[in-house]
Design a protein around this ligand. Sequence first.
Ligand SMILES: *Cc1c(COP(=O)(O)O)cnc(C)c1O
Length: 419
Amino acid sequence: MDHFELNNGVLHAENVPLPLIAAEVGTPVYVYSRATLTRHARVFRDALGVLRNAKIAFAVKSNPNLSVLKVLAAEGYGADVVSGGEMERALAAGMAPDGIVFSGVGKTAAEMRRGIEAGIGQFNLESEEEGLELAEIAASMGKVASAALRVNPDVDAGTHGKISTGKAENKFGVPFDRAAAIYARLAGTPGLNMRGLTLHIGSQLSKLEPLEAAFTKVGGLMEEIRAAGYTVTHMDLGGGIGVPYKTGEVFPQPEEYAAMVARVTGNWGVTLMFEPGRVITGNTGVLVTEVIRVKDGASNPWVVVDAAMNDLARPALYDAWHDFVAVEPKGETFTANIVGPICESSDTFAMARTIDKVERGDLAVFRTAGAYGATMANTYNSRPLVPEVMVDGDNWAVVADRIDPATILAAERVPEWLA
Ligand SMILES: *Cc1c(COP(=O)(O)O)cnc(C)c1O
């Protein structure tokens, strides 16, 4: 459920008509609904209420906008960060350092040092080598870093290959059969407080079974580690729950997910940690775009919009689907290809899709663009960096400026020897 609905024939974000935002900010522009964000955050948190001891660290990479993080901080969310930049954002949003988990497959020494300094709650270690380096840095600072070991459970998440992370051939975590030995080695290293295991098998998962299989497998590993005399107090189950991008698709509900987790982990006796991203932010945003023109095509007309793969990369990266609807639908449809202006054939949002009839100057939106949308934007083809707006009831504000090509050009230097 979201708060992007037609009101008197015009698509609104909560109480604000999208044409108003488009007129004042220009297009393309991401528009987030605060009510939708809060609702999703609460539904997920309340669903996990059936678990005795659950902590949620929002996966910042899905939507790192500072205002989005502020809303989630106010809902009691911590953060799962994968870079020093994301850590600084989470801290800037007022998230408690203790509630921040530092994931990521290539943490640098500088990032680890800064994380220890800031007092972040847990480092999710991707390898023995990383654990030993973290231990050394912590010890040299006279500190002890809390950490969990990321295990690669070798389970097929059944999602797109580029967002699958839990198969043996993926770069993430340590091999399942070596994990107990690595845990033992790290647990005995000064500077480290090894407190648990973590896993994350992929994103946009449409079924609970792969998650259940992975949790069960890692639960067995936890028992093995305990039997060897080591302590496990925290188990971080990652994120990955998918959301429907096409009208009519059915995905696991947070209550079903929580019931499955309760069934599998009932006797673990640990603090459970979760790292949801997309399921919290996916539906909270749309990308508003204007039709530049409709161009005749060999089989279908080309709807050329002013948003492109640099603003919303998912279709180009993952062949992803985003529903495309007119802001002021005329009640007619046609079959068309939707493309952006970038000089590359991958700049295609949809082929031969039946959509609202649109023409030059019409506004439309790509739905479910709140996760992995603006955060992946870039300036390819020397296009501006897309701005972001948040709506709250009747209120709205620009929460990230459009950064125009002139600003980017101004950061470039021509060396004297070229001048
Ligand atoms: C990307 C990521 C997540 C969030 O994934 P979603 O599919 O958005 O829920 C959680 N944990 C880690 C380690 C990640 O890399």
